[in-house]
Design a binder for this molecule. Structure first.
Ligand code: NDP
Ligand code: MG
Length: 396
């Protein structure tokens, strides 16, 4: 078989590391063309040592100098590129077959779009890019002739439960509903009244998954599931009213598709991101991901429950944003990124996250999403409004 040449954007993160773990198991199938990192430069240097990519990309000149010094000390031949231009270059380079889009947040938008426009196999972990610019992104995929494979475990599960050749027309395929499962995060059993003083450490202690800090807080607030509802809408062409969230604490069923004949198809597995990563890398083949087999008898039971929107206002806000359409999902996403960062830095309380997002959305109810420039200006405005709201909360 031909060796696939791979770019990993966000290689130093949780998804990036899991990707390289799977890739390292299959040197006969994959070679790394480029890796990117942001603050973890030493980790990036170690990855370069192990995978010998042609390029490594970092955020600024200072980081580039540090990385070059580390690489020279190793005698490695990797060339270092800088900034968004570097990310875009390695995402769309003609020799690249597949791009793992695993930068967190809005910073991943332009490089991920570039990979789509260049017709790559796009392995999409960066859900924020799709939430911000769903319509634009799906057009870029179609026009670029890209193959879009979801990495988010729920969407990867839905993809696996849909018929081959599914073309985003649910009714044409007898698809009635998409059921996204949610662990409920670390606070699923807490009374809302007891959440006021929770710390970033408590919010990041996810019961089932090990993930980056931003998405861990998103899981605690269930904004993560809200972003995933919007993500599912764009990936699968399913309207908000046909996407359900089911709290399923064991995280064994990763999501489901309900069909017109009453069938419900599910994908199951241990909660380990290497499974969806390996699926998307090899699709339609199946390869070893290093994941332990699922032991259903040891798990013994699977529980399901409806989400409590009083406890998880962020989930309701995401449905509101999707139903409002246009630029509102971008506003939701930007305000969430600012609020989560402020919470992680100890500047605001946990319950302020939802309040800030709701207030930002109320201020920007007519935001548009007609072009990338408009989306980026909506994103910037929502960030500055959310920052102003953080200040008022801080002094409150
Ligand atoms: P991490 O925080 O662990 O990793 C994020 C990556 O992005 C790192 O490589 C980081 O570099 C890089 N990065 C951060 N900020 C910037 C920036 N401004 N410019 C360029 N690069 C940047 O996050 P995760 O791996 O957990 O998540 C990555 C994406 O995947 C997110 O969109 C998340 O929602 C999604 N996802 C993650 C899942 C998981 O299990 N972790 C599950 C489903 C989706 P550095 O570390 O060097 O600073
Ligand atoms: Mg997910």
């Amino acid at each position: 078989a031909n060796i696939q040449l791979l770019t990993v954007l966000g290689a130093t993160g949780s998804i990036g590391e899991s990707t390289l773990d799977v890739v390292g198991r299959h040197p006969d199938r994959y070679r790394v063309f480029a890796l990117s990192g942001h603050s973890r430069i030493e980790r990036l240097a170690e990855q370069c040592r192990r995978f010998s990519p042609t390029y490594a990309v970092v955020g600024d000149e200072l980081a580039a100098q540090r990385l070059r010094a580390l690489l020279v000390a190793d005698g490695a031949s990797t060339e270092v590129l800088v900034g968004e231009a570097g990310l875009v270059a390695v995402a769309q380079a003609p020799e690249v077959d597949a791009v793992m889009a695993a930068i967190v947040g809005a910073a991943g938008l332009r490089p991920t779009l570039a990979a789509a426009r260049a017709g790559k196999r796009v392995l999409l972990a960066n859900k924020e890019a799709l939430v911000m610019s769903g319509a634009l992104f799906m057009t870029a995929v179609a026009e670029g002739g890209a193959t879009l494979l979801p990495i988010d475990s729920e969407h990867n599960a839905v993809f696996q439960a849909l018929p081959a050749g599914y073309d985003r027309r649910p009714t044409a395929h007898g698809v009635c509903r998409v059921l996204l499962t949610a662990s409920g995060g670390p606070f699923r059993d807490r009374e809302p009244a007891t959440l006021e003083g929770v710390t970033p450490e408590e919010a990041c202690a996810h019961p089932n998954w090990s993930m980056g800090r931003k998405i861990s807080v998103d899981s605690a607030t269930m904004m993560n599931k809200g972003l995933e509802v919007i993500e599912a809408h764009w990936l699968f062409g399913v309207p908000a009213d046909a996407i359900d969230v089911v709290v399923h604490r064991q995280s064994v069923i990763h999501s489901m598709v309900a069909y017109a004949d009453g069938s419900v198809l599910a994908q199951l597995g241990n909660p380990d991101m290497r499974t969806p990563i390996a699926h998307a890398l090899a699709y339609p083949d199946r390869i070893d991901a290093g994941v332990a087999p699922l032991d259903l008898c040891a798990i013994a039971r699977l529980d399901f429950q409806a989400p409590d929107l009083r406890r998880f206002p962020c989930l309701a806000l995401a449905y509101d944003a999707l139903r409002a359409g246009a630029g509102l999902p971008a506003v939701l996403n930007a305000a969430n990124e600012i609020a989560v960062e402020a919470f992680l830095n100890g500047r605001i309380g946990y319950l302020d996250i939802a309040r800030i997002i709701e207030a930002t959305m109320a201020q920007m109810a007519d935001a548009g999403d007609a072009s990338l420039e408009q989306i980026e200006s909506v994103d910037a405005e929502a960030r500055s409004r959310a920052k102003a709201l953080v200040k008022t909360r801080e002094t409150a």
